[in-house]
Design a protein around this ligand. Sequence first.
Ligand SMILES: [Zn+2]
Length: 73
Amino acid sequence: MPDWCPECNAMLIEGTEVCPRCGAQLAESGEETDFSRSDIAWFSAYTIAIVLIPLIIGIGVALLCLLVFFGRS
Ligand SMILES: [Zn+2]
């Protein structure tokens, strides 16, 4: 699959970082999109875990406090 320079539309060899025609800095697009997609999935999974784990611990602690409070009276 050939790459095309976004600045001057020159055809580029795969893996080229700098355009030989206009010297534009090029990002390797193909692999990065797949990587960032799985990265977003992992990020959302971590976000859910980071939000849910303290919430579950908080609810557990609150329930324990209620049990202790009502157990005493
Ligand atoms: Zn170029």
